[in-house]
Design a binder for this molecule. Structure first.
Ligand SMILES: [Zn+2]
Length: 886
């Protein structure tokens, strides 16, 4: 799965503190009841499963079906327990050795299971369990759910993590793989898609049919897929023998070429990487009109949000294209890593997700080197470093007892930190050795399950090195190290003295004794050129001899390949600031992030950070400019909270002054045959000068450009669209609000639809904020977008207060419109509220209204509030002086 992404400044997690009050929240959320009961008995194993479903999304919200499980019993039993939730079951019958035994159905709602109890016991060996079931198409984008596109009605599945049990009664654990034969009865006009190709279509008369699919290879239940409704397919493209199609609701035919191209190009590279052909019979990519995640790796039938699959290459921004390609490749990597070889239990979810995330950047980078995908990854990694510096973080590997715990782990730590660690290990072992280990691992466990130790041993075999102790420290310990670096000259030679400790954002937090084996790579300037230096640092402190005497500078995390923060002393920092051009762009991005984090955590001064940030006014690389935006925005907000509106305005004006010449030189209009980098740089500068700097003339110009853009999409360089829409909304009136709504309704692409819909969350006029809030409770906003629009509103400085009041007032209704994974997004944005009183209010609210899948997000949010408040207090003198002097 790849999460839906909403990148607002305030939703990016930064640093936080832990106080005593947090523990008041903790017991309720984290108390562990006796949960072993959530695991099924290991001695009942499904082999083949036949599922027959009757579903008519156009005429009925009900569905019904029958399931036949052919089981292998390892020991004598009088009952069989399997998962089922929100389903009505009947007709339980067990066949065994020629006998037919009716079963009594006993429900265990707290375990989301049913038990089939029999009058006599079954001997070990084969048995068949037959059950009828019925249920209602759900409204929360989980299980088998209802979705619509205009007047058309659909049913889709989304079964990860544990939602197959809400579709049909099954053995809903990843290790209980079975071979599924699915048939669906529905109206003749409906398209029906599932994991495998259709075997036959059986006409039933009266406008009905049954579609029988071929039996699947062994699959975990969470990977099953069903789509029913009016869907249209593209012409197929081929990758070797594999037919690839994009499916979508009617009317989007012209948007399929990009997705097909990305799928074919990345699938070929994945086959080469794994040295194993694509493992399923066909590949359908399905654009689902209402979908919680970004995408889901159902074997042979991958489901996507429309924004991540249906792309118009002419009008899409480059970041929309890169994101779509990355997500498509991520899902295809799962066909091997996740689907063919599956984690044995949800505690190893990272095995799936960290690897697929890393693989997607690796493969798309090979396909399109000009996209510089690792610079994109650096933004994700920066967010993961921020989250992982909290006391309330978690290790990549976590014990999982309940479905809700599994759902909470689809986060930055599992994906982005996990991928960073995979990347660090790959660089440590060497790309070819690492690939050889991965190939061994996949071959050894195909069509079965694996645990982390299986991967360590495959990597150890391939490399001849004991990889496990290095990797386990990174996977099993929460947090990451701060590496303090200081150069010393001795005996006519140069040394780098290092010392590591856990990095925590809270300056007053006690640092524990954690120690990481750091596969360290540094960049050392020798004369005009630079070279890299590698060493595995296994001790808390020590010295590394440098290969050149008195180098111009040493940078402590070459290519940002390591998941740690280097902290250079003042002298080194000055040397680096004077040699920015000698660093790679990704290292300049890293330096900004590390210095900002150091300032937040009390290891460095804020004015020092601001001085460094404003030294980038001549920066050519767009990603470096993007990396400046969030820290500068957070500085401005801090100044507003601790020093008042005038100080905030002065800081913003200073940012605008620093970058306005660079924006003016770029101009609004692209030059003929302009490079992508120059287009992206213009967009990054517009965000700095307009959104952070709030330059009035730019905001006025953005309004005019936005009006023109709505009238004619070709009037604006596409990469400017997000910033222009956001800026225009800030000063926008009711007429513009109406135009946004109309533009969203009439949009020709999913990206445009989303841009204008979420854009209504950026208005500052109180009446329009109220209207945007009310929209979240109407069908004008699809279930998939409610949490994202609410996140925009909470993050919007003008709207956060009314959004929180609305949240409290309409919680019962809002809660129903925010699926379990998405509900964490607006929770994470709540620190934008800012004050101590808000912090108390938020804590009290979630004590009274706990959110099962959001418990960790609430704890992190409270920690973030505390960190912001402590930061405001600590740096207000420094910040005030800097604003006065600059
Ligand atoms: Zn995934």
């Amino acid at each position: 799965m790849r999460a839906a992404k909403e990148s607002c400044v305030a939703t990016k997690r930064t640093r936080r503190t832990k106080t005593k009050r947090d523990t008041a929240q903790r017991p309720r959320a984290a108390r562990k009841p006796a949960l072993r009961a959530h695991r099924l008995a290991p001695d009942v194993r499904p082999g083949e499963v036949d599922v027959r479903v009757e579903v008519d999304p156009q005429s009925s919200s009900a569905f019904r079906g029958e399931v036949v499980h052919r089981l292998q019993l390892d020991r004598r039993r009088r009952s069989i327990e399997l998962h089922a939730d929100d389903l009505v079951l009947s007709g339980a019958l067990v066949e065994c050795g020629g006998r037919k035994l009716p079963g009594r159905i006993v429900r265990h709602p707290e375990r989301e299971t049913v038990e089939i109890r029999l009058a006599e016991s079954l001997p070990p060996g084969a048995a068949t369990l037959r059950l009828a079931f019925r249920g209602k198409l759900r409204g929360d984008l989980r299980g088998l759910y209802a979705a619509s596109a205009g007047e058309r009605r659909y049913a889709f599945t989304q079964l990860e993590a544990p939602d197959a049990r809400r579709f049909f009664p099954c053995f809903d654990e990843p290790a209980l793989k079975a071979r599924f034969k699915i048939s669906v009865t529905t109206a003749s006009g409906n398209t029906v898609l599932s994991n495998n190709p259709v075997e036959k279509i059986e006409p039933l008369g009266r406008g009905r049919k049954t579609v029988h699919f071929r039996r699947t290879p062994p699959l975990s239940t969470y990977l099953l897929a069903l789509a029913v409704g009016e869907l249209v397919a593209s012409e197929p493209v081929h990758c070797g023998d594999t037919e690839i199609r994009v499916w979508h609701v009617p009317g989007k035919e012209r948007l399929t070429a990009f997705g097909l191209d990305a799928a074919r190009e990345t699938l070929a590279r994945l086959e080469a990487y794994f040295d194993l052909p694509y493992p399923y019979e066909k590949l359908d990519l399905v654009a689902v009109p209402d979908f919680e995640a970004g995408a889901m790796e159902n074997a042979g039938a991958v489901f996507f949000r429309e924004t991540l699959l249906l792309v118009d290459p002419e009008s899409a921004t480059l970041s929309e294209k890169k994101r779509a390609a990355e997500v498509i490749c991520h899902e295809l990597a799962h066909m091997w890593y996740g689907d063919l070889v599956t984690m044995a239990w949800w505690d190893d979810l990272w095995l799936n997700e960290a690897f697929a995330t890393w693989m997607a950047f690796h493969v798309v980078d090979a396909w399109k080197p000009e996209w510089k995908m690792w610079n994109d990854f650096q933004h994700h990694r920066a967010a993961a470093l921020g989250l992982d510096a909290l006391a309330e973080t978690h290790p990549i590997y976590v014990k999982v007892r309940t479905p809700n715990e599994a759902t909470q782990n689809f986060d930055l730590i599992t994906y982005e930190k996990g991928a960073s660690v995979v990347r660090m290990i790959e660089r440590f072992l060497g790309a070819e050795t690492f690939r050889e280990g991965v190939r061994r691992y996949i071959r050894a466990h195909q069509e079965a399950n694996a645990v982390a130790a299986d991967l360590w041993s495959a990597l150890a075999e391939a490399s001849g090195q004991d990889v496990e102790p290095v990797v386990r420290a990174w996977i099993e310990q929460a947090g990451f190290p701060l590496l303090r670096l200081r150069r010393v000259e001795r005996d006519g030679r140069s040394w780098l003295r290092f010392q590591q400790e856990r990095f925590l954002s809270n300056p007053s937090a006690r640092v524990n004794g954690a120690l990481w084996p750091v596969p360290w790579v540094g960049r050392v300037a020798a004369g005009e050129s630079t070279r890299t230096l590698r060493q595995l640092l296994t001790r808390r402190r020590g010295e590394i001899e440098l290969p050149v005497r008195g180098p111009r500078f040493v940078y402590g995390n070459a290519e940002e390949g390591g998941f740690y923060r280097p902290l250079h002393d003042a002298g080194e920092l000055a040397a680096l600031a004077g040699a920015l051009d000698a660093l790679a762009p990704i290292e300049r991005m890293g330096l900004i992030g590390h210095q900002w984090a150091a300032a937040r955590a009390g290891h460095a001064s804020v004015d020092g950070f601001l001085g460094l940030a404003l030294a980038f006014t001549k920066e050519r690389d767009p990603d470096v400019l993007v990396a400046l935006r969030m820290p500068l925005e957070l500085c401005a907000r801090s100044a507003g909270r601790s020093l008042g509106a005038a100080a905030q305005a002065a800081l913003r004006a200073r940012v605008a002054r620093a970058f306005e010449d660079a924006f003016a030189a770029s101009g609004w209009e692209p030059a003929p045959r302009e490079r992508d980098d120059d287009r992206l740089r213009r967009a990054a500068l517009l965000a700095l000068v307009g959104e952070v700097g709030e330059a009035p003339e730019l905001i006025a110009e953005a309004r005019a450009r936005c009006e023109a853009f709505i009238a004619d999409r070709r009037s604006l360089e596409p990469n400017l669209a997000d910033a222009v829409v956001a800026l225009a909304a800030r000063g926008g009136d009711e007429a513009l609000f109406e135009r946004f709504l109309a533009a969203s309704r009439e949009a020709k692409t999913p990206q445009d639809q989303r841009r204008f819909l979420l854009g209504v969350g950026a208005f500052a006029e109180p009446a329009l904020i109220a209207r945007a809030l009310e929209l979240t409770l109407t069908d004008a906003v699809g279930t998939q977008d409610v949490a994202l629009l609410l996140t925009r509103l909470v993050s919007n400085r003008a709207a956060s207060e009314p959004a929180w009041a609305f949240w409290k007032r309409r919680w019962a209704k809002l809660r129903r419109r925010m699926p379990p994974m998405l509900v964490t997004r607006p929770i994470e944005a709540l620190p934008a509220l800012g004050t101590r009183a808000h912090r108390r209010d938020v804590a009290a609210f979630f004590r009274a209204n706990p959110v099962a899948t959001g418990a960790r997000a609430v704890r992190q949010t409270l920690e973030q509030f505390d960190l912001n408040l402590a930061f405001d207090e600590r740096v207000k003198g420094e910040l005030g002086r800097w604003i006065g002097e600059s």
